[in-house]
Design a protein around this ligand. Structure first.
Ligand code: DAH
Length: 368
C-alpha cells in the first residue's frame, strides 16, 4: 500500500506555482478590462472566470497536492480568483451603466417635436350624445329602433291621430317629397318610428329611437331645417304617467348627474292623452334661476329648460297600429337633441352643429 506523497517535487505542479497563478490572474484581468461591452464580457466569463477557466482548473488541482503545499497554493489561487471575480463584477457594473445610458440616448423621443399626423376627422358631438342617450335606455333594457328619413305621410301624421284636417298637421312645417301622389314627406319628427314599431312588434315594447328630422324652418342661431330628436315608446300592461316620469328622470340623472328631475306642464299632442310638455331642472342653477348673484345664463333665469313633449299614448294611436287599448297602455316622449347639446356644452349658435367644421367637433372627442 502506498502512503501519502510527502516529498513532492514542486516542479511537477508548476501550474500552481506563484508565477503561473499570477499569469492566469493577469490574463483574466487584462481580458476583463479589454471587454468593451456586455457581450464581450460574457465571453470573458467562460474563458477566464467560469468553471472551465484556467484558475478554476488550477483550483481543482489543489486537492492533489501534498498537505504541506495545499495551504500555500490554496491561498494563492483563492486570492487570484477573488481578484478576478471582483474585477469582473466591477467591469460588469460599468458596462451595464454604459449600456443603459446608450439605450436612453438611442431610444430618446423628443416629445416637443411638431405633430406630423393630422386626424382624418372627429366623431360628431350629436352622434356621441345620441349614443350616450341610447346607452342609458339600453341600460334600462330598452331596444333601439330606427326608421327612414323619407317617411310615408300616413305614418308621419295619420297613424298618430293627425288626420288630414287636423289643425295640428299644419303646425309642423313639412317638406313634401315629389311626386305628391306618393304621399311621402321628410319626417317632421321621430314619432312615426312609434307607429312602425307597434305595427311590427308585439307588446311589451320598450324602444328609444334617436334620429334626424326635418322642418321648413329658417336657418339661424336657434333654428335649423334639419335637427335631431329622440323618441321613446313603452307599451305594456298597466303603464302610467309615473313610469314615464321615472324613465325620464333616470335618463337625466344618467346624463347630468344626481338630483336632476323633470317638470310636466299640461299640453296637447294628438298622439298622447293626457299630454305634457316636459322641462328639466337647469343643471347650472338647479332651479333657482340665479347664478353669481345675477340671472342664470344657461336657463335665462327660468330655473328650467324645455325638453320636449310626452304623454300617455292615445288609444286611437294604439288602435291604428294594431294594439288593443283594453289590454295595453303606454307612454311616449320626444325631445330635441340639438338643444340639449347646446345647453350641456354651452353652444351659442345652432349653426355650429350643422356646418361640419372639424374645429367644432374635435374638442368633444376628449369627452369621457
Ligand atoms: N313629436 C313631437 C314633436 O316633434 C314630440 C312629442 C310629443 C313626441 C309628445 C311624443 C309625444 O312621443 O308623446 O313636437
Amino acid at each position: 500500500m502506498s502512503g501519502p506523497n510527502t516529498n513532492y517535487d514542486p516542479v511537477q505542479v508548476s501550474a500552481l506555482d506563484e508565477a503561473s497563478v499570477f499569469d492566469m490572474r493577469d490574463a483574466a484581468l487584462a481580458a476583463i478590462n479589454a471587454a468593451i461591452d456586455l457581450a464581450g464580457l460574457k465571453e470573458v466569463r467562460s474563458s477566464h472566470v467560469g468553471d472551465r477557466s484556467p484558475l478554476a482548473l488550477a483550483n481543482r488541482e489543489i486537492g492533489a497536492l501534498p498537505p504541506q503545499a495545499r495551504k500555500d497554493a490554496g491561498s494563492r489561487v483563492g486570492r487570484a480568483r477573488a481578484a478576478v471575480a471582483q474585477a469582473f463584477e466591477a467591469r460588469q457594473a460599468v458596462l451595464e451603466d454604459e449600456a443603459q445610458e446608450r439605450m436612453l440616448l438611442e431610444e430618446r423621443v423628443d416629445v416637443t417635436l411638431p405633430w406630423d399626423r393630422h386626424p382624418m376627422g372627429a366623431r360628431h358631438p350629436i352622434t356621441m350624445l345620441s349614443e350616450k342617450i341610447a346607452d342609458v335606455f339600453v341600460g334600462m333594457g330598452w331596444e333601439i329602433a330606427e326608421g327612414p328619413l323619407v317617411e310615408a305621410e300616413w305614418l308621419n301624421f295619420d297613424a298618430l291621430n293627425l288626420g288630414p284636417d287636423h289643425p295640428a298637421r299644419t303646425m309642423q312645417d313639412t317638406f313634401w317629397v315629389d311626386p305628391p301622389e306618393d304621399h311621402l314627406v321628410l319626417r317632421t319628427h321621430t314619432s312615426p318610428v312609434q307607429a312602425r314599431t307597434m305595427l311590427t312588434r308585439k307588446p311589451p315594447i320598450y324602444v328609444a329611437c334617436p334620429g334626424r328630422v326635418f322642418r321648413t324652418d329658417e336657418y339661424d342661431a336657434t333654428h335649423s331645417p334639419v335637427f335631431h330628436q329622440v323618441e321613446g315608446l313603452v307599451i305594456d300592461k298597466g303603464i302610467s304617467m309615473a313610469h314615464l316620469r321615472g324613465a325620464l328622470d333616470h335618463m337625466l340623472q344618467a346624463l347630468f348627474g344626481e338630483g336632476m328631475r323633470t317638470r310636466f306642464r299640461p299640453s296637447y299632442f294628438p298622439f298622447t292623452e293626457p299630454s305634457a310638455e316636459m322641462d328639466m331642472v337647469c343643471f347650472i342653477c338647479h332651479g333657482s334661476g340665479q347664478q353669481d348673484e345675477g340671472e342664470c345664463r344657461t336657463c335665462r333665469g327660468e330655473g328650467w329648460i324645455e325638453l320636449g313633449g310626452c304623454g300617455i299614448v292615445n288609444p286611437r294611436v294604439l288602435i291604428a297600429c294594431g294594439v288593443d287599448p283594453e289590454v295595453y297602455s303606454g307612454f311616449a316622449f320626444g325631445f330635441g337633441i340639438d338643444r340639449l347639446l347646446m345647453f350641456r356644452h354651452g353652444v351659442a349658435d345652432m349653426r355650429d352643429i350643422f356646418e361640419g367644421d372639424i374645429r367644432f367637433a374635435t374638442p368633444f372627442g376628449v369627452e369621457l
